[in-house]
Design a protein around this ligand. Structure first.
Ligand code: ASC
Length: 128
C-alpha cells in the first residue's frame, strides 16, 4: 500500500472514533438513558453499518510495526481477526435493519449483539 504506516494507524483509529460516536447514542437509547428517536436511531445505525466495514483498511501489513493499541495477533492470526471483523459487520447490518423498523423494542437486542462483537474482538486483539 502507498499509505504511510502511521497514516494507516490514524485512519483505523479515526474510523473507530466515528463508530464509537455513533454507537454511543444507540447504547443510550437501548438502555433508556436517551429517549428513543427512530430517525436518530436510523441515522446512527446507517453510519455504524457503513463504518463497520472501514477500519480494516487501516490494518496494513507494514502498520504492524507501528506501536498502537493493536496486538500483533491481528496480523499473525489474520483469519481469526477477519472472522471478528465479519461478525461485527453482520451485527451492525442487523442493527441497521432493527433501527429501520422504527420499533424501540427491536433496538435493544441488536445493540447488545454489536456490543458483544466489539468486546470479543477487543478481548482477542486489543491491548489492555
Ligand atoms: C462501546 C465501546 C466499545 C463497546 C464495548 C461493548 O460503546 O466503546 O468498545 O461499546 O464496550 O462491550
Amino acid at each position: 500500500s502507498a499509505a504511510k504506516p502511521e497514516d494507516a494507524v490514524k485512519y483505523r483509529q479515526g474510523a473507530f472514533q466515528v463508530i464509537k460516536w455513533n454507537f454511543g447514542p444507540l447504547v443510550g437509547m437501548a438502555k433508556g438513558e436517551v429517549p428513543y428517536d427512530a430517525a436518530k436511531a436510523a441515522h446512527h445505525a446507517e453510519l455504524l453499518a457503513l463504518m463497520s466495514k472501514e477500519p480494516w483498511a487501516g490494518f496494513t501489513a507494514d502498520s504492524a510495526k507501528v506501536d498502537s493499541d493493536t496486538k500483533p495477533e491481528a496480523w499473525s492470526q489474520a483469519d481469526k481477526f477477519k472472522e471478528h471483523q465479519q461478525a461485527f459487520e453482520a451485527a451492525a447490518d442487523k442493527l441497521l435493519a432493527a433501527a429501520k423498523t422504527g420499533d424501540a423494542g427491536a433496538l435493544k437486542p441488536a445493540v447488545g449483539e454489536v456490543g458483544k462483537s466489539c468486546k470479543a474482538c477487543h478481548d482477542a486483539f486489543r491491548k489492555d
